[in-house]
Design a protein around this ligand. Structure first.
Ligand code: 5GP
Length: 120
């Protein structure tokens, strides 16, 4: 990873249940919850349970099982939230210049209505 993993990041605290979140889905690989500052009618974050800094870290260092489980979880949340019919968008910011603020991998899931050309 380009950055070290920092155990005090906000999503690590959410995973440890030290701070609350509005969860919509959880399994052995992933936790999904509503973004605190939604930028679309539906804006959910999906994070892996294990400590990966970013998509770059996860894709390089995650096991095949972790990666498959996480990808399946993202798709499951989109279907379960009814986003598929109207379309949705996935986004993962990587690094400061990529707009990443929290150093624990999170995939943004936007949907619930027409989306603009770019979000976040
Ligand atoms: P990034 O810019 O790192 O890709 O996205 C971080 C996202 O996390 C932002 O959309 C921001 O609104 C969201 N966020 C930051 N702090 C919290 C929090 O404490 N709870 C929740 N649910 N979302 C948060």
């Amino acid at each position: 990873p380009t950055l070290p993993y920092d155990d005090s990041n906000i999503f690590a605290k959410i995973l440890r249940r030290e701070i609350p979140c509005n969860a919509v889905y959880e399994d052995e690989h992933a936790l999904a919850f509503h973004d605190i500052a939604p930028q679309a009618p539906v804006h959910i974050l999906v994070i892996p349970k294990k400590a990966y800094v970013s998509w770059d870290d996860f894709s390089a260092n995650g096991s095949a099982e972790e990666i498959a489980g996480f990808v399946r979880a993202v798709g499951h949340v989109a279907r379960e939230q009814g986003l598929v019919v109207r379309g949705y968008r996935l986004l993962a910011n990587v690094g400061r210049n990529g707009g990443q603020e929290v150093p624990h991998l999170h995939v943004h899931l936007f949907g619930g209505g027409p989306l603009g050309p770019m979000l976040t």
